[in-house]
Design a protein around this ligand. Structure first.
Ligand code: CTP
Length: 408
């Protein structure tokens, strides 16, 4: 699959926030993915990072208010704005958001935002109290209503020394949002996809738990792909080391019981349910209320089965299309078919977890798809992002077949 960013003409607007240095990393990632990026620095951004860094990394002159109006660059600047496939403003201060919302054009970037017709992605970074201010929120609503994409800032430690919502989102999230903006394929628009991912943790005592090696990468890749393709996504996730994908409603859970509750709560509105989570089959029957002391002669843990969430979902599904995963160590194809029927679902994605190079915690996967209409499809080894797209493609085909009127 070709990279959606390759060959795209982008404008990266950088404004005066301490997060301006992160725009350098964003630029590096965009150029690594072969986008052609023209950087536009506001006067305040110059005070945080010099234009030479951006010029060197982008291989182009930086668009700035400090340009010489006599030079040919001035004409070139206009041409770049007309050719742009998308404009990213990262970091976007409260000031540039306000200017764009109200149509002010008092510097190069704000003028360009008025003049260009390309889609715009604002990536806010500011103090938490500023982000929360009703004036900023009203401006954000105005921009969104007009069709711009405004990402939510991340929560965490802020430059002010305080903690709150205001950090520039992770670079990979900005890039993914941009890919979605540029992606012509919105074949899941109107779908509401409920995805589970990661392991569950079953408490033994307040500090210990039983879990498994699931990384969550496959479920997160599915959430990312479904969102990019236009779906509304709810991601119910056990604890993982990866940050939530952009755009998805993220519901963090710990135990299988918590996952079950969250899934049932969101099931009613879902049109597609994908259960990629590795749910612990058993949990300690009576978790100790206090930390279990060491040096006991013998310690017996009694386990009790967890509810089978997938089976419950399949029983309550309504018209939703249900996809399950299977982790198998042998006889993958036979067991996949058995599991598909036993769980009463539409499509099963079977992993061979005996292999070290794919599956659990790996970046790539190779899977077998078996469906309730007797079809099978082998997806050869590829990145989990590509596996995710292939699974979603299959779901679309099967749903279309299932919904088609029977031949007379
Ligand atoms: N699953 C679930 N709830 C459980 C166990 C599994 O919803 N308590 C779901 C998983 O999310 C996955 C599918 O069922 O989509 C199959 O999981 P897997 O671990 O392969 O199968 P099990 O049902 O646990 O069967 P077994 O471990 O005996 O192979």
């Amino acid at each position: 699959m070709t990279d959606a960013l390759a060959g795209k003409q982008l404008i990266l607007g950088v404004t005066g926030s301490i997060a301006a240095y992160k725009a350098v990393y964003l630029l590096r990632e965009l150029t690594r993915r072969r986008a052609e990026v023209a950087v536009c620095l506001t006067e305040h951004a110059h005070q945080f990072v010099g234009p030479l860094t951006f010029r060197t990394l982008s291989g182009r002159p930086v668009l700035t208010d400090l340009f010489d109006p006599q030079s040919d660059d001035a004409v070139e600047h206009v041409a770049i704005a007309e050719r742009a496939h998308a404009i990213v403003v990262a970091p976007a201060t409260a000031n540039v958001i306000a200017k764009a919302a109200h149509g002010l054009a008092d510097d190069f970037l704000s003028t360009l935002l008025l003049a260009a017709r390309a889609p715009v992605l604002f990536v806010p970074a500011m103090d938490g109290a500023m982000w929360d201010h009703p004036a900023v929120q009203a401006n954000v609503r105005t921009l969104r209503a007009r069709g711009a994409t405004v990402l939510e800032p991340d929560a965490g430690a802020l430059a002010s020394g305080l903690a709150g919502k205001g950090r520039l989102p992770e670079i990979e999230h900005i890039v993914e949002a941009l890919v979605r903006l540029l992606s012509p394929v919105k074949d899941l628009a109107g779908e509401r996809v409920l995805i589970t991912a990661g392991p569950t943790r079953e408490a033994i005592d307040p500090v210990r738990y039983i879990s498994n090696r699931s990384s969550g990468k496959m479920g997160y890749a599915l959430a990312t792909a479904a969102f990019r393709r236009g779906a509304e996504v709810v991601l119910v996730s056990g604890p993982t080391a990866i940050s939530p994908p952009p755009g998805a409603v993220f519901v963090p859970v710990q135990s299988a019981e918590e996952m079950r509750e969250a899934v049932l709560q969101h099931l009613g509105t879902a049109t597609i349910v994908i259960k990629a989570a590795a749910v612990a089959d058993y949990r300690p029957k009576a978790p100790a209320p206090e930390k279990i002391k060491s040096r006991q002669e013998r310690l017996v843990l009694e386990l009790t089965p967890n509810p089978d969430i997938l089976k419950q979902v399949a029983a309550l599904r309504g018209s939703a299309f249900i996809v399950g995963f299977a982790a198998e160590t042998r006889d993958v194809a036979e067991r996949a078919v058995e599991k598909l029927h036993e769980k009463g679902i539409d499509l099963l994605v079977a992993n061979d977890i005996s292999r070290q190079d794919i599956g659990f915690d790996a970046d790539e996967n190779e899977v077998l798809l078996v469906d309730r209409w007797g079809g099978t499809e082998h997806l050869s080894r590829r990145p989990k992002s590509a596996i995710a797209d292939a699974i979603l493609d299959r779901v679309r085909v099967l749903r279309a077949q299932a919904q088609a009127p029977a031949p007379r």
